[in-house]
Ligand binder design. Sequence first.
Ligand SMILES: [Zn+2]
Length: 114
Amino acid sequence: MRDIKKEMEDKSWAFEILNKYPAVDSIQIVHPLGYDSEKSLFAEEDKAYFKFHCLNRECIDGGFDLAPVIDDMVQKRQDKDSTKVRCWGWQDKERINKFHCLIEQDYSIAINYK
Ligand SMILES: [Zn+2]
């Protein structure tokens, strides 16, 4: 099984923004309240990894993945977007394979191109 916690800590496999999105200079992500510790400004040399923790501490294998949104924005060379992302983890240990977490968060993304 894929270990999302480990994946979030070890990003060595991920491409740098420079390599994944050569046209991008920086990416700014505005997190919802309660996400003060999450990284919000991504520069060229940073990893192009945009998955953030779920606020539900019991949540298993959850998180908010902005990668598909950012892929789409870069493809269209869009510079601003707001999006609602849903957590598809499991509510807690007892509810694995039964109830998804389904918490929603609003994110704003701004991309600077070269
Ligand atoms: Zn969750």
